[in-house]
Design a protein around this ligand. Structure first.
Ligand SMILES: [Zn+2]
Length: 383
């Protein structure tokens, strides 16, 4: 059927899209398969004459099929969301050939670096007018935070919030994020997030053995030049200036190594002091992998009741929860608002008033959810 031959297996993706199948009227099937497709793309790629395309589009049956897919700010928001989702999926997977079925180590940096959408035939995908019509609040929020339209689209449309969160992608990791967006997060916590999610090797998350190995490697080798290359961090959205703010990458890695030494039980602890490895020894079966409130990795073990004020509860399992590193940093550095601090104290009081064994950690769910929204405003984890 005159199928164009590709040398590198690309034919699979093009097949079914119909557009490499240049027999006579295939552009019609292509248009019907992608009813939102800009006219220019069809004209350019298939060499269709404009009046042939217009005549086809004017047929009553065709017109009524295409109408619900017209890219227009006049569409109802839900409708426009459906259109943009389909269009973004096509753009990312077919035009940019980013396969989110691949390892995140491959597709995440490519997605984060998308920047030519505007200048392509698919410029409408980042047109603020359409994004605002589809999700006005999201766009407003993204503007305030300095996030890019590509970040908005990736989280709102395709691949979507759920898949990106599962892959460890935060909105501010997208290229072209305004520097102001980064002040939300703690440098150490973000570098650890990227190390564990992307740089420590495939399968680190979800395997306690590999996680331990990743920590040991960092403890043993963090001072080697290029152990965590700046360029690798940049590919995952951590710019050089951001590391500088944390005293430079070497300092950040040194602090992380120190933290891991504690977690691996390599630091001698005296008497009543908290030891994470001691806790893990006592409660080997507790699930310590993901943040209990949002599901992100990596985590710190967090004492809901401050250790210094409540030393008798330091090894109480209902008092120790795995908490994502960014939220943990926010709490331990007391970055919270007076209202959040007050609500947190209230949760402490409820915890103390409840009987042991009643899953007392749940008294913190509400305040933790609120703090998550502050730390990851756009991500809305924990909502
Ligand atoms: Zn969390």
């Amino acid at each position: 059927m005159g199928m164009r031959q590709f040398s590198d297996g690309e034919v699979d993706k093009a097949e079914g899209m119909g557009y490499d199948n240049h027999s006579t009227d295939d552009w019609k099937d292509f248009l019907l398969a992608h009813k939102w497709m800009p006219r220019k793309v069809i004209v350019d790629r298939f060499g269709v004459k404009r009046h042939d395309l217009d005549n086809f589009k004017r047929k009553p049956a065709v017109r009524s099929l295409l109408k619900p897919w017209a890219v227009s700010a006049q569409q109802p928001p839900d409708r426009l969301r459906a259109i943009l989702t389909a269009a973004w999926e096509y753009y990312i997977s077919v035009e940019e050939r980013i396969d989110i079925g691949d390892s995140p180590l491959v597709w995440v940096p490519r997605l984060l670096a998308l920047k030519n959408v505007q200048r392509s035939d698919f410029g409408f995908l980042v047109n603020s007018k359409y994004l605002k019509a589809a999700c006005p609040e999201r766009v407003g929020e993204a503007r305030r935070l300095g996030l890019s339209n590509v970040a908005v689209a990736a989280f709102e449309f395709w691949p979507g919030r759920e898949r990106l969160t599962a892959a460890g992608v935060l909105p501010l990791m997208f290229l072209q994020t305004h520097a102001a967006a980064l002040v939300q997060l703690d440098t150490d916590a973000l570098v650890e997030h990227v190390y564990v999610n992307f740089l420590a090797g495939e399968g680190t998350l979800g395997s306690p053995g590999r996680m331990r190995m990743a920590k040991e490697r960092l403890v043993a080798r963090h001072d080697e030049p290029g152990f965590v290359p700046q360029e690798a961090l940049e590919r995952f959205g951590v710019p050089y200036n951001f590391c500088k703010q944390g005293g430079g990458l070497r300092q950040i890695l040194r602090r992380l190594a120190e933290k891991y030494r504690g977690e691996l039980g390599m630091i001698e602890v005296s008497g009543t002091r908290w030891s994470m490895s001691e806790f893990r020894k006592r409660f080997p079966n507790s699930n310590m992998e993901k943040c209990v409130y949002c599901g992100l990795h990596p985590v710190d073990l967090h004492h809901l009741l401050p250790r210094d004020k409540y030393p008798s509860e330091v090894y109480e399992p209902e008092n120790v929860v795995p908490l994502c590193v960014n939220v943990h940093a926010y709490i331990t550095r007391a970055r919270w608002t007076p209202e959040q601090a007050e609500r947190y104290d209230e949760a402490v009081r409820k915890w103390r008033g409840a009987p042991p064994g009643s899953e007392r950690q749940h008294h913190f769910s509400e305040v933790m959810s609120e703090i998550h929204q502050t730390v990851y405003p756009f991500l809305s984890v924990g909502r």
